[in-house]
Design a protein around this ligand. Structure first.
Ligand code: SAM
Length: 310
């Protein structure tokens, strides 16, 4: 186990690996249903990615205190933070009886290796490929977004990101001005840029801002990234033709007046990150801002919507 400063005690965890195992493998149909249910719970609690193993032998695991898996498991990472104890308790309750639950700390030194198991090239829609920075693109010459997520959210494998990429492919027109709100790794800003937009990005998390700036620089793209909320994006800039916000229902609700204020008349607001059960309530709040959903996509219990400003 890596040691902390001056070699005293273990280095603090920066992520938590949550694994659910099935010591008695259920039949294949029951197993895939059980795995899907568990992955839904992990995503709903905010896991940026979920990994499935169906029981085939795998390479030795990276976490010291986990045995090498020989049986099926589903695992996910959660970033450490003040809300982790509450989140962990909710996970323990929701996953009780689903399988054998293990929680292990992941230190920074292990993180890059751990991520690589989760992240692979994906094409969530029809045109944009999201490819790990360390892999060759499957279709050279396509619209490729290369991402090294570091510790930020946004690899394209999460349903909320995939839904947003599909919406961007449909709505972005070359030369229009788009703002990516909650940019994480910079993935949606780069997708909009690949589709020909003039793009800006903003995130409240300095770790995300660094990751986004690095990914953007690696593409040679001219995309400013601001630290903060939409209110911190210089108001001197012209209004945006489109905003893409993959946040949560609560954050969208809180940010809605300022999102609305920064959109040009006739502009498009794309929202993702909304759990299906919260959609009805959010739709009512959107109506108070004279925003009604023009289109809606769903995947694995998540909703994304496009709205137009009158
Ligand atoms: C679910 S991640 C989305 C990342 C990426 N855009 C994607 O689609 O994969 C949400 C991001 O929003 C950021 N965030 C949360 N609240 C925010 C706010 N009020 N304004 C701007 N960014 C915010 C978080 O730091 C996080 O990086």
């Amino acid at each position: 186990m890596p040691l902390g400063p001056k070699g005293v005690g273990p280095a603090p965890a920066i992520w938590w690996a949550v694994t659910v195992r099935w010591p008695e493998a259920p039949g294949p149909a029951d197993l895939s249903e059980a795995m899907e249910r568990v992955s839904g719970i992990l995503y709903a609690e905010g896991a940026p990615g979920v990994q499935y193993e169906d029981g085939a032998p795998t390479e030795a695991e990276w976490a010291d205190d986990m045995p090498q898996p020989a049986l099926p498991f589903v695992s996910a990472y959660f970033r450490d933070g003040a809300d982790w104890p509450v989140r962990r308790r909710r996970l323990e309750e929701a996953l009780a009886g689903a399988g054998v639950l293990q929680v292990a700390a992941v230190q920074e030194a292990d993180w890059a290796h751990a991520w690589k198991k989760f992240f692979h090239a994906v094409r969530p829609g029809e045109r944009i490929w999201v490819v790990p920075a360390w892999e060759d693109p499957p279709e050279p010459g396509g619209l490729i977004v290369r991402i090294d997520p570091g510790m930020a959210f946004g690899t394209g494998t999460h349903p909320t990101t995939g839904l947003m990429i599909r919406l961007l492919e449909h709505h972005v027109r070359p030369g229009r001005r788009w703002l990516d709100v909650g940019t994480g790794s910079g993935i949606l800003a780069l997708a909009a840029w690949r589709l020909g937009a003039q793009v800006g990005a903003v995130d409240v998390d300095p770790v995300a801002v660094d990751a986004a700036r690095q990914n953007i620089a690696a593409h040679g793209a001219d995309i400013p990234v601001w630290l903060g909320t939409v209110a911190d994006v210089p108001a001197s800039r012209p209004l945006w033709d489109g905003l893409a916000a993959n946040l949560t229902a609560d954050i969208i609700r809180a940010e809605l007046p300022v999102l609305r204020a920064r959109l040009a008349p006739g502009g498009t607001l794309l929202l993702s990150g909304i759990i299906e059960e919260r959609w009805g309530e959010l739709e009512a709040v959107l109506a108070t801002q004279r925003l009604s959903a023009a289109g809606r996509l769903c995947d694995s219990g998540w909703v994304a919507a496009s709205l137009s400003v009158p």
